[in-house]
Write a protein that binds this ligand. Structure first.
Ligand SMILES: *Cc1c(COP(=O)(O)O)cnc(C)c1O
Length: 359
């Protein structure tokens, strides 16, 4: 064996794919540019939220409440679940890392749809587990039959992303029930509900009802999207007590900051305003999808705060055309582009760019 001359990370570390963050908007003189590349909420914080974090700002020399007691209380009340069934974390990306860390040994398999959320292969590879990617269908839906068939003796976790980022469709409750019936009881099923507030289908997943009857289902949710707190990094899992306890055990101590805790609590208190904003974004989404379809685009069902364009090798050209028009999208080279629903003006530009591009 060759002697090592410097400290070496585990071999899997070199295999971790990079996270490609959405680009900020290009500055163009005389033109407002919009960032539609990270599925952020275009609205400012909900009323009262900025005020609620002020006290935390002044106390930045103190560590946050490690137990996040008030936030746990607020979540438990809001969703009607025991505190022991909750685990708060630094966004749902934090939760996904924790889930893989707590449930997978090196070489264990994690099954998920692909293309799906880009943090999945990163978290799985970081834990030296093995990513098993099951292609989505032609219309961007999870192929849950194929995902069930992909479960082996090594499978510890299955990630179900609904609505799926970046393709858009949501899993139905009927599909999820059928899938769960096929999953062995020792395999953990994570339902990533980052966009749950935006779903408008006739058979939506009721995550809370689904986890209640089962020992192997965990929901992950976030304040980053509908609640507009992406910059503060706070999310939560809802799970049976032993799973929630495992998540808390591996969590980063003091990960959720004082301001994040305060902002999340204040946002939970503004449910009416939240729902109004979500409804406005859902209406904008419908308008965008309709405009795109009228222009000849065959976009998949959009149930999150974004739309997906399957573009193949025209992806980067499309992103460049959007950039020209002052909107930054998230291209996945060779595959397609994801575009967030944003300000009305930004959405108008998207429809115009896409219509011109199609011709
Ligand atoms: C945005 C997103 C998340 C949430 O990320 P945070 O870490 O909570 O900001 C989780 N899952 C999916 C599918 C997402 O798109």
């Amino acid at each position: 064996m060759t002697p090592m001359t410097s400290p070496q990370p585990r071999p899997n570390v070199a295999e971790i794919p990079p996270y490609v963050a959405g680009k900020p908007p290009t500055v163009r003189p005389g033109m407002t540019s919009y960032k539609l590349s990270s599925n952020e909420n275009p609205y400012p914080p909900l009323p009262g939220v900025v005020e609620a974090v002020q006290a935390g700002v002044a106390a930045m020399n103190r560590y946050p409440d490690m137990g996040a007691v008030a936030l746990y209380e607020a979540l438990a009340q809001r969703f009607g679940v025991p505190v022991e069934h909750l685990s708060v974390a630094t966004g749902s990306v934090g939760l996904i890392y924790q889930l893989v860390q707590a449930f997978c040994d090196p070489g264990d398999e994690v099954v998920f749809a692909w293309r799906s959320f880009e943090a999945y292969p990163i978290a799985v590879t970081a834990a030296a587990a093995t990513a098993v990617k099951v292609p989505v269908t032609a219309d961007g839906r999870h192929d849950l039959d194929a995902m069930a068939a992909a479960i082996t003796e090594r499978t510890k976790v299955v990630l179900v992303c609904t609505p799926n980022n970046p393709t858009g469709p949501a899993v139905t409750q009927t599909e999820l029930d059928g899938f769960l019936a096929k999953v062995p009881p020792h395999v953990l099923v994570v339902v990533d509900e980052a966009y749950v507030e935006f779903v408008r289908t006739s058979d939506p997943v009721d995550g809370l009802a689904t986890y209640r009857g089962r020992d192997n289902v965990v929901l992950t949710r976030t304040f980053s999207k509908a609640y507009g707190l992406a910059g503060f990094r706070v999310g939560y899992a809802v799970a049976p007590a032993p799973i929630a306890a495992a998540l808390r055990a591996v969590s980063l101590p003091f990960g959720v900051s004082t301001v994040a805790q305060a902002a999340a609590i204040a946002s939970l208190e503004r449910q009416d305003e939240l729902l109004e904003r979500v409804e406005a974004l859902v209406a904008e989404r419908a308008r965008v999808v309709e405009g795109l379809r009228a222009a000849g685009w065959d976009v998949p069902e959009a149930q999150g705060n974004f739309v997906w364009f399957e573009l193949g090798d025209r992806t980067l050209d499309f992103a460049a055309a959007a950039d020209e028009a002052g909107i930054v999208v998230r291209p996945f080279a060779g595959e397609g582009a994801r575009v967030s629903i944003g300000e009305t003006e930004a959405n108008d530009r998207l429809i115009a760019v896409a219509a011109a591009f199609a011709r």
